[in-house]
Ligand binder design. Structure first.
Ligand code: SF4
Length: 369
């Protein structure tokens, strides 16, 4: 296949679905790790076409959703300061902090700018030497190489008025944390293909072995997801727990060597808090000692800000696959994409937003929302 729309071919999808139905004999709970996969599953109604025995559990892989409230509050504090140009991707602007968001800071006079690449922020820093330019560097292993490259370039070019507010998180420790949870129901994982395109697959065999779960690296188009589910079900039904790559057009088992070298130079592993979930040991990156001068938390002295999560929002349970979004009492009532209480309702990859966009009318008709 050459073109992306071929990965939505309905005849091929039907054939894959038939194979999944033929292979399924018992109930199985499969978690798709990535929010992009969640959106594809809900948007195309894939979960509704699967055998009733298969439950898709939506995982924590939405970078906006898991960025902790505390980091959002630190971003707001920095962005409100005079002399600061605060740069971010657009999807962070409406994520609620404790009492505000970046849009409101901007409307109150803060210089908040949407950029399409961290290198755009670096360019702004060069063009505005008398301003401090900060880039909000969030996300999984996928977005980290570009952020690492930007800090590397800032140091190489001597651009001292640039800094990075870092909140990078890592998928394998999150899979371990999910499996260690006493309430875990997950029996297999669809791993996030784009994360593996950077990091490869070498971190997954020890997890598959330790927790005896199949892990199938999966893409994002409907056929990718159906093929990932088909392979997962075959493993579950035959009692295997292996790592398989169902996304070979983008993922090589060894990953992207140049990106990983850059990451190792600029970042070091640290404990990270995940919004709604809490701290997961060794689950994030921070700037390494060599690049610590570019750490916005230190430069603006906001490291001491600590924040409590909202008591209404159940996004932590959503992110761990313990409840579906519509099981939150606030879904579609107090909490909507226009007035989000949690990041999972804001983000384009958030599970609450996916259910609101693609399932709300159906849920209202059946009395579930
Ligand atoms: S519906 Fe809103 S309040 Fe409920 S879990 Fe989702 S984001 Fe939080």
């Amino acid at each position: 296949m050459k073109y992306l729309d071929e990965f939505s071919n309905p005849d091929l999808a039907q054939r894959l679905l038939e194979r999944i139905h033929e292979a399924t004999t018992r109930p199985w709970a499969i978690m798709e790790v990535c929010g992009g996969q969640t959106h594809s599953i809900i948007r195309h109604g894939i979960d509704q076409l699967l055998p009733p025995e298969i439950e898709m559990i939506h995982g924590p892989g939405c970078p906006v959703c898991v960025t902790p409230l505390e980091i959002i509050d630190k971003a707001l504090e920095i962005a409100a300061r005079p002399g600061v140009i605060f740069c971010s991707f657009g999807d962070m602007l409406r994520v609620p902090g404790s009492s505000s968001d970046l849009f409101r800071i901007k409307s109150a006079g803060g210089d908040v700018r949407v950029v399409y690449s961290p290198l755009d922020a670096l360019k702004l820093a060069r063009e505005n030497p008398d301003q401090q330019v900060v880039f909000f560097g969030i996300g999984f292993e996928t977005t980290a190489p570009a952020n690492a490259m930007t800090v590397y370039q800032a140091r190489r070019l001597g651009i001292a008025n640039f800094s990075l507010l870092v909140s990078h998180v890592l998928v394998p420790p999150a899979i371990a944390a999910i499996m260690e949870s006493p309430t875990c129901r997950v029996q297999a994982f669809l791993a996030a293909g784009h994360v593996c395109s950077v990091m490869g697959t070498r971190e997954y065999p020890p997890l598959a072995e330790r927790y005896r779960v199949p892990i199938v690296v999966t893409g994002f188009e409907p056929l990718d997801i159906l093929e990932g589910i088909r392979r997962t079900v075959l493993q579950l039904e035959s009692g295997r727990h292996e790592v398989e790559n169902a996304y070979p057009r983008a993922v090589a088992s060894e990953g992207n060597a140049a990106a990983m070298t850059m990451l190792q130079d600029v970042f070091e592993v640290t404990d990270r808090s995940w919004r709604g979930i809490g701290e997961i040991p060794g689950s994030g990156w921070r700037l390494s000692a060599k690049y610590r001068d570019f750490d916005a938390e230190q430069r603006f002295d906001v490291a001491s800000i600590h924040t409590e999560e909202s008591s209404i929002c159940r996004s932590g349970e959503v992110l761990q696959g313990l409840i579906k979004p519509h099981e939150c009492q606030a879904f579609g009532r107090e909490c909507t994409p226009r007035n989000p209480l949690g990041a999972t309702m804001v983000s384009s990859e958030g599970a609450c937003a996916a259910y609101y966009l693609y399932r709300r009318l159906e849920l209202v008709e059946t009395g579930h929302a």
